[in-house]
Structure formats: structure tokens, C-alpha cells
Design a protein around this ligand. Structure first.
Ligand SMILES: [Mg+2]
Length: 414
């Protein structure tokens, strides 16, 4: 007995998004190798990729590989506007859209054959509409699962369409290099390679237990499932959330003020990063404290403007903690949390509302997020940050750890 299922999950991903926006808006850049971002490449046009220029690469290395490279500074407002136009097309295409980042989304088109045509027809029209209304190239992968749809779009780039018929999925999947799997970053790939595993088919041939022994329980199970194209995750429109929070238990032993401050820095960094990824800003910063006697306290402060920048959130949290200093000293702090509420902005990745008020801090945060999301946490190293802005480098450090292993957001580099 077999279950028949249509390939009706679309993964739509703009090609070389920032660079394409630059080429769209400046005809002189069309057909030329373009890199966005000077000290580190945030996006490279396909003409630049042909020379080996990649996102996450240092600017000097990029210029060495491609002497004719045209380097332009990022224009966040233009990218936000372009993303908005593209997500409008996504939402007109299907009622079920899950934004993954500023330039990619899953769309579920199951059951739309009557009203809108086959998934292939819908995907073709989607590409046309994005070209027509936003002036940008986009690639679409279509499969029965999210993970394979995402792989298909990566294989079809740029300006491509790949529809994987259900009966061909396993053959396609098993021939791929393990790096193609959604969630397999450099570290996981290296571990698999160390065991002689380079192809997805080799993963599929292993028992789940063997894979768990290599990758740990969560990673092993996940990869085992997706190597068999078992990915039951539905396309899920993100619900609109009302706050973003992060907290950290400190344990019962006393902590120095420096240690608590380092925790605050890490929390502010982590939660504002999630806010930026979701395109939300917030005005009210809430500090939550729990004490060794199990009592708790909450203090809040409302900022004059909404922000998703770690600087202002951290400053508010520090001020609130300073106000609570006598209580902290008397009772002993066991948990600290920061929540940002009073949100504005839209709800999913497509509606990225980059805060443009506090220009340098926000833009740097956003730039770093972009590079890390796309090219992995090591793309921007502490060393390369340290020389540029000691303050920034310092406040990036604690959050670094929490950023590893965010497989789902690590896009290919289209
Ligand atoms: Mg993309």
C-alpha cells in the first residue's frame, strides 16, 4: 500500500537578494560583478559568484578574486521595501505562507488545483509575478516536504524552478552530498565526513542508532528522518506575537556584578536578534528577576521609540537592574530575564522592518545578522570584529554561543 501525496509545498527564494536589488535600481550595475558590503560581503551577484566571490567573504579577498568587483554599501530601506513587495505576491499566491527570512518563504498550495492550477503552474506564475511586481529574480523548489522543497530551490538557482515528482524524491535525495540537507552546517558535515559519509544515501542506509551515535540524539534523529524524506512539518504561518523574551538561570551560588552584566548582554543580544529576524520592533523593556527566596520582581521602562537594536534594550535592562540593586544584594539573584513588549511591525520574516533610527548600531546588528544567518556563525569572527568597534565586539560575544546550530535559517547563498 502506498500513500499518494502531491508535491505542493513551494520554497520560494530570491536570488542574490541584496545584489539583485542593487542591479535592479542601478542599470549601470547590471551584468557586472557586484558585492554588497565592503569589509565583508553580504551578498554577491551571480556575475561575482562566477569569480568565486561568496557571501561572508572578507572584502579584500573578494577584490583579489575579482579585480573588477563593484562594491556597494547596503541600502536596508530598499531591501525592506523589496521584501514587502515580494511577500505581497506570496500572500496573493497562497493563504498559507511561512516566511523564513527577509527573502524566502514556504507556501503550501495543496488543494488549490481548481482555483489556481497545478503546483507547477502556480510556481511559474509566482516567479513571473515577482519579476513583474518587484523586478527581482526568484527561484522556486516544489516537493512534498519542506526540507526537499528547500533543497530543490537551492539546486535550481538562479532564476530556476525545480518540481520534484513524488516518485523521484528518494532518488534525487540519496544522490546529493550531505551538505545539501537543510540543517547540515559545516560542523555536522565534517563529523559525517569523518565517518566516510558524504552522500545522503549513505545516511539513509544507516540505522537511526548509528546516526545518533555520530550526531547526538536530536541531530541524528532529524537527519535520519529527512534522509528518508520524512518531514511532517507543515507550512505554518507565524502567529503574531506580542513580546520577545529571553531568560537565563544563574543558579544559587552568588554571581559577581560583571557576571550578571555579561548575562544581560547575552540576553539582549539574543532576543533582539530574534526580533530583527522577525522584523519586529518594541518599545517596552521588561526586566524579570527571581531571587534565592523564590520571590520575584518585574520592572519595566518604555523607550521613546520602538527598537530591535541590542544597544537601547541593554541600556534599559541595565538601568532597571541598577534600580533593583538593593533587592538583588539582599536576596540573591537566581534568574534574570528580559522581555521586549509593546511591539509594532509586521509578523513574519517577509515584513522585515529594519529600525532605521539609531543608524549605526542597528545597521551593524542587521548586517551581522544577515551574514551569520546566511553563512554561519563563524563567518564573522570575533577577531574581525575586534579591530572595528570594540564596544560592538564586546557586546556580540556572549550571544555568539546561542547562534550556533541554527540550521533552518542558514540559507544557501542565493
Ligand atoms: Mg535568497
Amino acid at each position: 500500500m502506498f500513500v499518494s501525496r502531491d508535491a505542493a509545498i513551494l520554497h520560494a527564494d530570491l536570488d542574490a537578494f541584496f545584489a539583485s536589488v542593487e542591479q535592479r535600481d542601478d542599470p549601470a550595475l547590471r551584468g557586472r560583478p557586484v558585492a554588497v558590503g565592503s569589509w565583508v560581503v553580504m551578498a554577491a551577484s551571480y556575475e561575482a559568484k562566477a569569480f568565486g566571490v561568496q557571501g561572508g567573504m572578507g572584502g579584500a579577498e573578494a577584490r583579489r578574486r575579482c579585480p573588477g568587483l563593484v562594491v556597494v554599501p547596503p541600502r536596508w530601506p530598499a531591501y525592506v521595501e523589496a521584501s514587502r513587495a515580494v511577500f505581497d505576491v506570496f500572500r496573493r499566491t497562497s493563504p498559507v505562507v511561512e516566511g523564513l527570512s527577509i527573502d524566502e518563504a514556504f507556501l503550501d498550495v495543496n488543494g488549490m488545483a481548481r482555483s489556481a492550477g497545478s503546483p507547477t503552474e502556480i510556481a511559474l506564475r509566482l516567479r513571473w509575478d515577482v519579476r513583474d511586481r518587484a523586478g527581482l529574480p526568484i527561484t522556486v523548489g516544489v516537493a512534498t516536504t519542506k526540507s526537499l522543497a528547500k533543497i530543490a530551490s537551492a539546486l535550481a538557482k538562479p532564476e530556476g524552478l525545480m518540481v520534484v515528482p513524488p516518485e523521484c524524491e528518494i532518488t534525487l535525495l540519496h544522490g546529493l552530498r550531505v551538505e545539501r540537507l537543510w540543517g547540515v552546517g559545516p560542523a555536522t558535515a565534517a563529523r559525517l565526513h569523518a565517518h566516510g559519509i558524504t552522500r545522503v544515501g549513505q545516511i539513509a542506509a544507516l540505522d537511526e542508532g548509528d546516526l545518533v551515535a555520530i550526531l547526538g540524539r536530536a541531530g541524528g534523529r532529524h537527519l535520519h528522518a529527512i534522509a528518508h524524506n520524512r518531514d511532517p512539518r507543515p507550512v505554518r504561518p507565524r502567529r503574531r506575537r506580542r513580546s520577545f523574551g529571553a531568560q537565563s538561570a544563574l543558579g544559587r551560588r552568588p554571581r559577581s556584578a560583571e557576571a550578571v552584566d555579561a548575562t544581560l548582554i547575552g540576553l539582549a543580544d539574543r532576543l533582539t536578534r530574534r526580533m530583527r529576524a522577525a522584523g519586529r520592533t518594541g518599545r517596552t523593556v521588561v526586566l524579570r528577576l527571581r531571587f534565592a527566596d523564590y520571590s520575584a520582581a518585574t520592572r519595566s521602562r518604555t523607550l521613546p521609540h520602538g527598537t530591535s537594536s541590542s544597544g537601547p534594550v541593554l541600556a534599559a535592562a541595565r538601568a532597571l537592574l541598577a534600580e533593583a540593586a538593593p533587592t538583588v544584594a539582599a536576596r540573591g539573584l537566581t534568574l534574570v530575564g528580559i522581555t521586549v513588549a509593546n511591539l509594532d511591525g509586521e509578523s513574519d520574516g517577509g515584513q522585515l522592518e529594519l529600525p532605521l533610527g539609531d543608524a549605526t548600531g542597528d545597521r551593524l546588528d542587521a548586517a551581522l545578522d544577515t551574514v551569520r544567518d546566511r553563512f554561519g556563525p563563524t563567518a564573522v569572527t570575533r577577531a574581525s570584529l575586534a579591530g572595528r568597534d570594540p564596544g560592538l565586539a564586546a557586546h556580540m560575544l556572549p550571544g555568539d554561543r546561542g547562534r550556533h546550530g541554527r540550521g533552518p535559517s542558514r540559507a544557501g547563498d542565493g
